[in-house]
Ligand binder design. Structure first.
Ligand SMILES: Cc1cc2nc3c(=O)[nH]c(=O)nc-3n(C[C@H](O)[C@H](O)[C@H](O)COP(=O)(O)OP(=O)(O)OC[C@H]3O[C@@H](n4cnc5c(N)ncnc54)[C@H](O)[C@@H]3O)c2cc1C
Length: 312
């Protein structure tokens, strides 16, 4: 019997279980293998300063913690920054983005990513940002948990529940809403970006995040919808057209995967640790699961310590 039963093996559940195991607590993860986590489809950008364009200030403050947290626990955290560009006709977008964000410098994009030579006159470079491959990072956390004898199963929970089911907890938490994100995985030997590149556009902003062996995650739509069905033709066309604007060589890339994830969000688009009806939860990670799950899991640990102190 475990003291804690973490429901869900997305990034929230894995970060919480990791910290519980590090504290020497007995913990199990109860999950649903038939139910694909939003975390599986994520880009893996750890980009607190870029996100400030549309996110509340807490995202910058809390998100600065993420790259170090991940780098202490998994391999493959790349700290090469983020490059932001815009087509010449949308260069106003770059000026607007610069005014909404901090910790960037104006650059000639080709100085940062030489393959962008002659394509964009100017860009913004956020040197302190990082990225990882979400699937690889989550697999490493799962492996470490299993080495620490944390059971990951789909049976009945045996301990006190910490609910990390993302949007699948919406029945229990009606305040949660889903934000649909569609994405593609491309493969091309032609492009060798070593950091996420974001393309600003008034209607179809997109980003390309490098993965191993010539693969790139191209994302992502933001649609207020609970529909997790396959990517729409419109989303695919818009993402691919934006990718082509980024670099024409991407027209010859192979589409090796497409997917749709439902981001779990509260009304203010910030995550919360809650205690309701005898169960803890960590949810509402919205578009910041990899960025904010580490600090939210730490906040949950602090709350558990306080509860424990009150109980003793
Ligand atoms: C296209 C896309 C791109 C994104 N890019 C980024 C990014 O670059 N950076 C970033 O930080 N964030 C990004 N995000 C956001 C991030 O993916 C989410 O915030 C995060 O995945 C939410 O994690 P979660 O663990 O709360 O939920 P999920 O990942 O959805 O996990 C929920 C878990 O609950 C399990 N479950 C469901 N029902 C039950 C049940 N009844 N009992 C037990 N378990 C159950 C599921 O199997 C799953 O394991 C992106 C999201 C999308 C969709």
């Amino acid at each position: 019997m475990s003291r804690w039963s973490v429901l869900g093996s997305g990034v929230a559940g894995l970060c919480v279980a990791t910290l519980l195991a590090e504290r020497g607590e007995t913990v199990e993860i109860v999950t649903r293998p038939d139910c694909r986590a939003a975390s599986h489809w994520a880009g893996g950008m750890l980009a607190p300063w870029c996100e400030a364009e549309s996110a509340p200030p807490q995202v910058i403050e809390w998100g600065q913690h993420a790259a170090g947290w991940w780098a202490r626990r998994v391999e493959g955290v790349v700290q090469h920054g983020t490059l932001v560009v815009a087509p010449p006709r949308d260069s106003r977008e770059l000026t607007r983005f610069a005014s909404m964000t901090q910790q960037h410098q104006w650059v000639a994009p080709a100085e940062i990513e030489p393959e962008l030579e002659n394509r964009f006159a100017r860009g913004l470079f956020f040197a302190a940002e990082a990225h990882l491959d979400p699937r690889h990072a989550m697999q490493q956390l799962r492996d470490k948990l299993q080495q620490a004898e944390v059971a990951i199963h789909s049976g009945q929970p045996s301990g006190q529940i910490i609910d990390c089911r993302g949007i699948h907890a919406a029945q229990q938490q009606p305040a949660l809403r889903a934000v649909r994100g569609e994405m593609l995985i491309l493969h091309t030997p032609e492009i060798h970006f070593s950091r996420p590149v974001r393309l600003l556009h008034p209607r179809f902003p997109c980003y390309l995040v490098p993965r191993a062996d010539g693969h790139f995650m191209l994302g992502a739509t933001m649609v207020e919808s609970h529909d997790s069905s396959a990517i729409s033709a419109r989303a695919m066309m818009e993402l691919l057209s934006a990718a082509y604007t980024l670099h024409p060589a991407l027209a010859e890339a192979r589409i090796v995967e497409s997917g749709t994830g439902l981001r779990p969000a509260y009304h203010h688009n910030l995550p919360e640790v809650r205690y309701e009806e005898g169960r803890f939860s960590l949810n509402g990670l919205y578009r910041h699961g990899f960025l904010l799950a580490p600090i939210m899991a730490e906040k949950l640990m602090q709350q558990l310590t306080q509860e424990g102190n009150h109980a003793s």
